[in-house]
Each structure stands twice: as C-alpha cells, then as structure tokens.
Design a protein around this ligand. Structure first.
Ligand code: ATP
Ligand code: MG
Ligand code: FE
Length: 364
C-alpha cells in the first residue's frame, strides 16, 4: 500500500511516499522538504499567515519532486495522509485541503494524522527500528513528554513539561545570545566551543520525584547571566544589544552551560521513566532528538544500564512528510485505520489543538 504523506503544521512543508504493504515495517520510498526558516528569520519566529501562503506555494512542486524521485505517478498512490494537528490552523488547512483534493481526484482515502504520533513513530524508519513496548522521550519545539508506548495508538503519558518545551528552551536561550531563529542547532554548534561548567544553570524539577519537566526558569537564568556579562542593569529589559556586548567565548560558555542543563534534565528523567516502568527500551523523537550532546549522554547512560536506545535518522528528527505517511501506514497495518473506510469524508478536518491523549485508539 503506497501512502503519500503531507506535513504542513508549522514552518516546514514535507511530502513523502511510504510503502506500507503487508506487515513489514513501512519503507520510505522518497521524500522532499522545504523549510521556511529563512523566510521567518527576519521576524524572529514563525509568522502564521506567511507560513500558510508558503505551504500553498510549495506543496505541489514537492509532491512532483517525490514522484520524480520514485518514478511513480500520483495514480499509484493508495491513500493520502496529512497532518491533522496540532499546529497552526491556517498551515494545517493547506495540507488537509490538498490531501482532500488529491483524494477526491484519485478516488482514494484521506487520513488525518496526529503530528506527535508522527514524531513518536519516526524511529521506525531508521536502520535500527525499535520494538514495542518502549519509553518515548518526545522532545520537540512545542512538546516535552515522556510516554509509555505499548503499540501503535497505545500511549500512556508519564510526564510532561509544565511550561516551556525543551526545544523552546534551546530557542529562547539562543535568541538571548543573538543566534537567530530557531536557535537550537546554532546554540548546539556554539556550545562545542564553550565550557559546560562555566555557569551553573538550574536543573528544574530534577528531584521532583515525578516525570514532569520545567524549562521556563532556565530562560530567566540565562537572561540574568547575559545581563551580568553585558554589565547591564539586572532590572533592565531583554534587548538584542545585550548579546552584542558579549564576546564569542562568553557566548559559547553560556551556550554550553545551558545545553548541559537541558540535556542533564532530559537524560535523568528518561532514566527515571525507564526505572519506573521497568522497560529496557528508550525511543527519542522530535527536533531536540537531533542534539549531539543529548544522544551522546543518553547513549552512555543507556549502555551502562543495558537499555537499548533508538533515534530517528537525523534528518527525520524535525518536521517532515515521511513520519506522517509512516504513522498512517502503521495505523493501517495495526488495523486502527481502515484504508478505505469511513475516513473518506473529504472534509477540511484539522485540529490545531489536539492532545495526544485524545487520539483514539480505534478510529481517526
Ligand atoms: P511540535 O512538533 O511540538 O509541534 P515543532 O514541530 O516545531 O514542534 P520539531 O520540528 O520537532 O518541533 O523540532 C524543532 C525544535 O528542535 C526547535 O526548537 C529546534 O531548535 C530544535 N532543534 C533542532 N535541532 C536541534 C539540535 N541539534 N539541538 C537542539 N535543538 C534542536
Ligand atoms: Mg519547524
Ligand atoms: Fe514537530
């Protein structure tokens, strides 16, 4: 069964073709991606209206690119999957509109996919796919959650952030250091040259005894440190000029120290989740899963404890169409989504707010 996947929840347009025939792990046949990062950079963050318009411009050329890569025609597609939510309403509507139009034209079913389920299952496209059950650490731009995963659609939330997501902590710290948007990767690069022990940033909720996270305080601590280094008034505002007063070595030290704090918390809480569930397998997913220090420290910690750890391929950590086609394929294979069933309503069906806990096991 060939599934075309379309991702348009935020600032990446992704299209991919996945083969989910039989019961083999679905295979990625081709994928194409366009990131809008450059377009939004001037504004320091995603501008929803610009995002929607750019998805419209990109989605069909990207589809053609995927078809050219695979040598297949659109008529070979058996179903079209798209990101139904969560995400920006206007951006999601582009994906759902295009998916519905394709479905109608082809007479094929259309399936709405939960974006986080896509992230969560993305390691199944890697060379070393996981097996159920496992603990999942989902660390993205908007979410930080630990889950117990017993199968496709069987997700139990163990803990989550009570304020900012880990990706947000990276991005906001990067912004304070004048590293642009989204600053996660830039901060990680700069951190390579810094001393992670230079500043002692807080590790919030590290010993809270539960599996929740909190990263909002980190941003304040970084701001306070940047002001101190810039000899600015403590009660003054956070301005772009603050970072300019720091030299590269100071910025690198702050970057390394804040990255160390975030990674420390993520690693320790993941291990607590492993301990409390008794499971021996950890799956990491979402954009922050691309972070090299996080992978290094998780690998080391898991090796010590004889726990297997799985990641998505690096380029599939952030948003992409492959994970959307994959999630649809795994749902069909698990019998949770009838490929020609009731989902063929061709409605522009999006859910900008959609907790994973509300993702029904049986039907979408
Ligand atoms: P969500 O999936 O929760 O809706 P999102 O789609 O914006 O949010 P992702 O695309 O999964 O999130 O990930 C983007 C986030 O990952 C950004 O916050 C980005 O800074 C962060 N990120 C990407 N690469 C790295 C890296 N190497 N180190 C740290 N953070 C990173
Ligand atoms: Mg993005
Ligand atoms: Fe995402």
């Amino acid at each position: 069964m060939l599934i075309l996947g379309i991702e348009s929840s935020c600032d990446e347009t992704g299209v991919a073709l996945v083969d989910a025939s039989g019961h083999d792990t679905p295979r990625l046949l081709g994928h194409a991606l366009h990131s809008q990062i450059e377009m939004h950079q001037a504004y320091g963050g995603v501008v929803p209206e610009l995002a929607s318009r750019d998805h419209i411009r990109r989605v069909l050329p990207l589809t053609d690119e995927v078809l050219a890569q695979t040598g297949l025609s659109l008529s070979a597609v058996d179903a079209v999957a798209y990101t139904r939510g969560p995400g920006l309403a206007g951006a999601l509507l582009v994906g759902s509109g295009v998916a519905c139009a394709m479905g109608m034209a082809l007479g094929k079913p259309v399936m709405g996919v939960h974006h986080l389920e896509g992230h969560l299952l993305s390691p199944f496209l890697s060379a070393d796919p996981p097996r159920f059950p496992f603990v999942a650490l989902l660390v993205s731009g908007g979410h930080t959650q630990l889950m117990r995963v017993d199968g496709v659609g069987r997700y139990e939330l163990l803990g989550e952030t009570i304020d900012d997501a880990a990706g947000e902590a990276f991005d906001k710290s990067a912004k304070l250091l004048g590293l642009g948007y989204p600053g996660g990767p830039a901060l990680a690069r700069l951190a390579l040259e810094g001393n992670p022990m230079a500043y002692k940033f807080p590790r919030p909720l590290l010993h809270s005894g539960d599996l929740d996270f909190s990263f909002a305080g980190l941003k304040t601590a970084v701001l306070t440190q940047v002001k101190r280094l810039a000899h600015a008034r403590p009660e003054g505002p956070a301005t772009p000029q603050l970072a300019q007063a720091l030299n590269v070595a100071q910025k690198a030290d702050v970057a390394a120290s804040v990255q160390a704090a975030i990674v420390d918390v993520l690693v320790k809480k993941s291990l607590s989740a492993i301990a409390s569930t008794g499971l021996r397998r950890l799956v990491v997913a979402g954009g922050v899963g691309a972070n090299a220090l996080l992978r290094e420290q998780l690998n080391a910690a898991c090796q010590r404890q004889n726990v297997r750890v799985h990641y998505p391929e690096l380029h599939l950590c952030t948003d992409n169409g492959a994970m959307i086609a994959l999630a649809a394929g795994l749902r069909v294979q698990a019998g949770l989504l009838a490929p020609s069933g009731g989902a063929v309503a061709y409605r522009f069906d999006v859910r900008p707010r959609w907790p994973l806990s509300e993702l029904a096991i049986t039907a979408l």
